[in-house]
Design a protein around this ligand. Structure first.
Ligand code: PLP
Length: 430
């Protein structure tokens, strides 16, 4: 029997001699762009970096308009507000996502309706969406989770049948494609995060994408203290298609806050975006290879990849674990063992939002207790999410996307580490 690293044995990968690829990635181009921004004295507010990044990100996502903002939480909130979603409205979202997807719905005084996900890709289950629709439903927020894509064909059908908005949460999916269409270009609005762990990052940041001029105009105002597009006109005139640009609301201000990005963030994003297509290509190729290795290992199941996912983008590489095939070894112990063998952090999925320590809507009555009915409606404990629960408690294995940024031999070591744990699972049961 080989001694597992968790029990003091030699790890499969010694990261002191063979470290994992680093994240984030930067070089002299970022340094130069940051120094140039510093010396320009233009550090924020519709500056040249922000304008240029918006233009490039719209082009990258295949949308007409991209509007950058402070982070991927406020982008969701602005998307809801731009669709005029608020008091009395319901928004359907998956129970397996980061807390912000639901929290922002409460922040616009609407009701988040949590539904279950598909067990083979962990994304929102279209059947569960249908079952949750009521006359108050206004929107669906599909979250393209980790390395998976929501079934956008089904979601588009449901949305069109019930006249619902689709706000794609693309925080994990910069550059992913469904049937050749980029994430963020399929629904009415796409919402992106550029937080440090994301596929495109400026430390913090976010962006909204849309093909709808009216929505773009509102989003632009919402991120900029409600200022109407006379500012947007100056900033985006270069790339708005001229026919669409009727600036009818000039001069009318909206109630909003300051969700602007800085020029330093935009400078980093311009450089990061240049690398992203090649990084995505490498991750996609390595993801396919890793899945082929997993398919040959007992006790683990690769995530399902739909053939309509023409380009995958991986925020995390994830797969499914079967405890009974590892002699009853709990998934938490398996994750610890794989972390020790591989030298890369192995984590569970998000906690399902009906029981998530960071999603606690009933803790701010001064802000959210509009009335007793609403208060009951936002209690997440009223939702049953058996698939989300099983994924979180029994099955989920998630590894940061940098695991896919190296060479194939890296992935063979991960596979070797899983085999080693499989062969020696008994030693961890004692
Ligand atoms: C699915 C999802 N949506 C939204 C967000 C919020 O993004 P941010 O951290 O930029 O506010 C995140 C961040 O992790 C996320 O994972």
């Amino acid at each position: 029997m080989e001694k597992l690293a968790l029990l003091g044995g030699k790890p499969v990968r010694d990261i002191r001699v063979n470290p994992w690829p680093k994240w984030p990635v930067w070089d002299q181009n970022e340094e130069k762009a940051l120094i140039e921004t510093l010396n320009s004295g233009i550090w924020s507010y519709n500056g040249p970096m922000e304008t240029e990044f918006n233009r490039r990100f719209a082009e990258f996502t295949g949308t007409k308009y991209a509007i950058s903002a402070a982070n991927g939480t406020v982008t969701l909130q602005m998307a809801l507000e731009a669709c005029a979603i608020g008091v009395g409205d319901e928004v359907i979202l998956p129970g397996l996502t980061w807390q912000a997807t639901a929290a922002t719905i409460i922040d616009v005084n609407a009701t988040p309706v949590l539904v279950d996900v598909c067990e083979d890709n962990w994304c929102i289950d279209p059947k569960a969406i249908e079952n949750a629709i009521t006359p108050r439903t206004k929107a669906i927020i599909p979250v393209h989770l980790y390395g998976s894509f929501c079934d956008m064909d089904e979601i588009l059908k449901i949305a069109s049948k019930h006249h619902l908005y689709i706000i794609e949460d693309c925080a994990h999916k910069h550059g992913g494609e469904w049937n050749g269409l980029k994430a963020g270009s399929i629904g009415n609005i796409g919402s992106f995060s550029f937080q440090l762990s994301k596929l495109l990052t400026a430390g913090e940041g976010g962006a909204l994408t849309t093909n709808d001029f009216k929505l773009a105009e509102r989003l632009d105002a919402l991120r900029n203290c409600g200022r109407r597009p006379i500012e947007m006109k100056k900033a985006v005139d270069k790339y708005v298609d001229k026919g669409a640009g009727v600036y009818s609301d000039q001069g009318n201000f909206l109630q909003s806050g300051n969700y602007r990005i800085t020029e330093f963030q935009a400078a980093l994003l311009i450089e990061g975006l240049k690398r992203l297509p090649e990084q995505n290509r490498v991750r996609d190729e390595n993801g396919i290879y890793m899945n082929s290795l997993l398919a040959a290992i007992p006790g683990v199941t690769p995530m399902k990849r739909d053939k309509r996912e023409t380009r995958e983008a991986y925020y995390n590489f994830s797969f499914r674990y079967k405890q009974n095939e590892f002699k009853g070894l709990a998934v938490s112990k398996f994750r610890e063992a794989l972390t020790a063998e591989s030298g890369i952090q192995v984590s569970p999925s998000y906690e399902p939002l009906n029981n998530c320590s960071l999603y606690v809507p009933l803790t701010k009555p001064a802000r959210h207790k509009l009335n007793d009915k609403y208060w009951k409606g936002i209690d997440p404990k009223r939702f049953r999410l058996p698939v989300c629960d099983r994924i979180y408690h029994e099955e989920s294995i998630c590894i940061h996307h940098k695991v896919l940024m190296g060479i194939k031999a890296d992935l063979e070591l991960i596979a070797a580490a899983i085999f080693k744990i499989y062969d020696n699972a008994e030693s961890l049961l004692k």
